[in-house]
Design a protein around this ligand. Structure first.
Ligand code: FMN
Length: 211
């Protein structure tokens, strides 16, 4: 069993990273492997709306010079996904947004590659904009048939300088519990995979209203 975590912060050891490390401890103790993919500190172009991923159906974005195509494969092979971002102007940090648009579009265009994976989102914020960013991140999971895990509060941890978030005791508890719930659902899904088969893939219907 494996969880891939996407760190959308350009600060390698920042609060988003620390939030993921808090979750890692819980997942590892539940025998789940954990890998962080650094995204926020990379150069990642936004989606060009070329629709090549839909035309080619080769599980690839046509921009093939960054981490997106590797991430599509890694997430497709994993059992769980965490997408984590710092809050920038009450929203997802820019590079992370570029990454998510392209990665999830490729996955959707190729038969919902991430469907039925266990997933959650995490936000690091100094003060304000945590909930809007949390909502924005969740839109990617909600449209991808993912099994979304929750905690006893919204998955937001507070801090400004690198590492400060570890002092947010409520945020730390939220994320530990989130990771425990995530591990439980992943292990339960694995244990029942032969006895309770998942629903079959349904091709998405489009109704655009404009003709
Ligand atoms: C460009 C930029 C925009 C930011 N916008 C906000 C904001 O809207 N609200 C807020 O509370 N903090 C804001 N922050 C602070 C970060 O969200 C905060 O420091 C967070 O802990 C950073 O996470 P990191 O250490 O993982 O990068 C901003 C920081 C930067 C660099």
């Amino acid at each position: 069993m494996k969880v891939i975590a996407i760190n959308g912060s350009p600060r390698k050891l920042g609060n988003t990273y620390n939030a993921l490390k808090i979750m890692e401890q819980e997942l590892i103790s539940a025998n789940i492997d954990f890998e962080i993919l650094e995204v926020g500190n990379k150069k990642i172009h936004g989606c060009m709306a070329c629709r090549k991923c839909i035309e080619n159906k080769n599980r690839k974005c046509s921009i093939d010079n960054d981490i997106v195509n590797l991430a599509v494969e890694k997430i497709s092979e994993a059992d769980g996904l965490i997408i984590a971002s710092p809050v920038y102007y009450s929203g997802i940090a820019g590079t992370m947004k570029c990454f998510l648009d392209r990665t999830f579009y490729v996955a959707g265009a190729n038969g919902a590659l991430f469907r039925q994976k266990v997933a959650t989102t995490v936000v690091a914020v100094r003060r304000s904009g945590g909930s809007t960013t949390f909502d924005a991140l969740n839109h990617f999971l909600n449209v991808s048939e993912m099994i979304i895990v929750s905690s006893n509060y919204w998955n937001i941890i507070h801090g400004r300088n690198e590492g400060e978030a570890t002092q947010d005791t409520e945020g730390v508890q939220t994320l530990k519990l989130l990771a425990k719930n995530m591990a439980w659902i992943i292990n339960m899904k694995e244990a029942t995979k032969l006895t309770i088969p998942p629903p079959e893939f349904v091709k998405k219907e489009y109704m655009s209203f404009i003709r």
